[in-house]
Design a protein around this ligand. Sequence first.
Ligand SMILES: [Zn+2]
Ligand SMILES: [Zn+2]
Length: 401
Amino acid sequence: MEKICDLHIHSRYSGGTSNLINVRKLAQNCRLKGIDIVGTGDCFHPLWIREINLHLEEDSDGLLTFPSIPQVKFVLQSEVELLWKQNSTLKKAHFIVLFPNSDKLKDVSEFLASFGNLNKDGRPKLNISPEKFIVNLESFDKMIEVIPAHIFTPFYGILGNNLQFDSLKEALGDGINFVHAVETGLSADPTMIRGILELNNLSIISNSDSHSLNFYRLGREATVLDLNRVTYQEIIKSIRDDRIIKTYEFNPSEGKYYYDGHRSSRHRSNDSYFCSPKRNVIYCPVCGNTLTKGVLSRVYELKDSEIPMKENFQYIIPLLHLISIVNGGSEYDNKNVALYRNIVEATNGEFNIWENNTDFYPIPYELREVINKIKSGNYWFIPGYDGVYGKLQLGQSINHI
Ligand SMILES: [Zn+2]
Ligand SMILES: [Zn+2]
């Protein structure tokens, strides 16, 4: 059976997140949006895990459920920031961790407490190398899954520009033997990963990395898995065996780190600057400092092969964002959220809009026209750069790169 999964989110205990996030609302919003399996986010944080234990019921297969919303299953999940010295420089990278049950999570939490403060940030900073981290977690339980997060992003992606590793093997050491998948991140898609020979035997997953409950953040990227049964073991096996039916992707140019550039807040003049990596601009024409190199630039550097794509993926744009474009206002306006709720109740989740003909759904004509434009590729983005999202442009796509 096909299950739509979002295996990387955050709780209100991570930096820069909404303080409205709680497990009940997460379950409610995932049900409405059509997400079947969601990460808990931040499962090392004592206050968040207390809330999880209080409100979710753990089954014998390691998945958790909010009792009145049985359609949505939670997986114990956290993102971690690892800090270590390698090649005489300080490296920082993000990884997703998934746990088979709360007993294993408890054991690993006790082990990791000596490498960093788990009470502080929901995404803990841990002074440990990825090799030591991955090899040790594997020794706790072979079903604990560690997945490099948003691998190409400049500051914390393991293959991102700032870390300057030539290969995943160099970065992970023997840890690479226990890594089975990588996460694309919002500024990359599977085609960008498949240009790199070393990554060819790894599965590709996509997740939202959501920092809020909002319908345009949750599930903005997702992975559709083929599961025989809805259990933790099956989720991990289907990732490891590459039984990934498809991923739903941001168009990479919408992501915050696609092009090279400097955002306006870096400059006293408030001017921003961005450019295609093909122009190979190193220094910012506004401030003279080194530009933040984007994901596309990094992929050009690492690309070493032409591997035929075997992945099936589809670009989507959050429906609530499209509603706010058609109706005006923001994704937080009550009238836009109310229309969103009416539509997804009728369509049984947002993803069905991208799979099926929308003519039969109660969707206003103008909005349906916009959805059809997106489906037919009749749109483009002013590309994102240096932490600024790309801006959607409807209409004839142009060769803007
Ligand atoms: Zn991250
Ligand atoms: Zn600058």
